[in-house]
Design a protein around this ligand. Structure first.
Ligand SMILES: [Zn+2]
Length: 409
């Protein structure tokens, strides 16, 4: 406690899901916030309000930890709606690629945009999330694919965190796809990533983590290993896109490098799951991409449960394969498409997502000492977050101890 009563707020008239050991339900609860941190949470009848504190009523609503979107590609220019329309008309991926579509069309548009344009567009997308209870968001680069462009995307991501009341974790994903100028020199591009882009991003403090797309259509495990070695050498944490379209052993590769999380995992084998469990790596499932791509291979949820691998879920918000603008909807998709329970889905957007970003001691639960990042919901129980297919359930969002959005204005 700071001891300054003017900086202490007590929220009452609320039910709380702390997300500790399950829902962690406390009916008729109170939350004491001291500065940016939670000082106390418990039944209101046990509350001893600090003298001089400001009391606010949540008018009987439910409060959960602020949501954590632990996998996004929010910094990009343009969109792929016209390409989606072509696919709906029956065009194949090959035809769309011949017409100039696909991921490289986003790379072209992003390279052509100024940093300010990228910041404005990404900040607007982050504001959509704040209005839906999100207080922490991970943002990857990956549409620049050159030293200057990747650094520009990371700088843009950092600036989003200064403009919008949301905590931003930045992830360098230069190993997303091969840029056209290196189409005949894969080794050269992997060297550029490992020997120039990662060291520069680390030296400038622009990246918290490094990611790579380990997949037949992207980078092979031996190429990914070179990238991850460099990340480790430069003191950056690691995450990985793995086993989405095929099993290249990406989960085990990520686990070997001590990844915070390995993401997608539709094709992960039992050996991969055992490796995740042994390493304490979080499995991040991305049902938006599964839906948008019309995938049929489900991630091995039962095996992840059996081996005690924590499961997080995320929007994977990106213009090509997961144009998701509604983070709570991901909880619905995780239940309907992957068979998660509502508790698993909400834990996947809070406590486990925080852990996936290495922020488990900071956010994701409502407990003394955690950051006072909260989402206030107009529901009769938070399981409704995984039930309504769309809707307007978020009543308010608190970030670092302050209300930063309120539906009532
Ligand atoms: Zn992704």
């Amino acid at each position: 406690m700071t001891g300054d009563p003017t900086d202490t707020t007590v929220i009452v008239d609320c039910d709380v899901a702390t997300m500790i050991g399950g829902w962690g339900e406390i009916r008729d609860a109170a939350i004491v916030i001291d500065g940016e941190r939670i000082a106390w949470v418990g039944p209101r009848q046990e509350l001893v309000p600090p003298a001089g504190s400001m009391v606010r009523s949540a008018e009987g609503r439910w409060i959960t930890p602020g949501l954590v979107d632990c996998h996004t590609h929010l910094v990009f220019a343009g969109d792929r709606a016209a390409e989606f329309e072509r696919r709906c008309q029956g065009a194949s991926y090959e035809e769309i690629a011949r017409e100039g579509g696909g991921i490289l069309s986003t790379v072209r548009a992003t390279r052509a945009a100024t940093e300010d344009e990228l910041v404005d567009a990404a900040a607007e997308r982050a504001r959509w999330s704040v209005r839906r209870g999100v207080t922490t968001v991970e943002i990857k680069s990956g549409y620049g694919l050159s030293l200057d462009d990747e650094l520009r995307l990371l700088r843009a991501a950092r600036r989003v965190g200064e403009l919008v009341p949301v905590d931003v974790t930045t992830t360098l994903l230069a190993a997303h796809t091969l840029p056209p100028e290196y189409a005949r020199d894969r080794d050269g591009y992997v060297r550029l990533v490992a020997e120039e882009i990662i060291p520069a991003a680390a030296a400038l403090g622009l990246a918290d983590r490094v990611d790579a797309f380990c997949e037949g259509v992207a980078f092979q495990p031996d190429e990914v290993a070179i990238v991850l070695e460099s990340a480790r050498r430069h003191g950056l944490r690691i995450t990985l896109h793995a086993d989405q379209l095929s099993d290249l052993g990406g989960a085990a590769l990520g686990a070997r490098f001590g990844a915070d999380s390995v993401d997608h995992l539709e094709h992960t084998s039992l050996a991969g799951i055992r490796a995740l469990a042994a390493a304490g790596t979080v499995a991040v499932l991305l049902p938006g991409a599964f839906l948008a791509l019309g995938e049929t291979q489900h991630p091995p949820v039962d095996l992840l449960r059996q081996h005690g691998v924590p499961i997080a879920i995320a929007s994977d918000a990106n213009p090509g394969t997961s144009p998701v603008g509604d983070v709570p909807l991901i909880a619905v998709l995780a239940c309907r498409l992957f068979g998660l329970t509502p508790l698993e889905a909400v834990a996947g957007l809070t406590v486990h997502a925080a852990r996936a970003l290495g922020l488990g001691a900071e956010v994701g639960e409502i407990a003394p000492g955690r950051r006072a990042d909260l989402a206030v919901w107009e529901v009769s129980h938070p399981r409704e977050l995984a039930y309504w297919i769309g809707g307007d359930l978020c009543a308010a969002t608190w970030y670092r101890g302050r209300p930063v959005w309120d539906r009532a204005g």
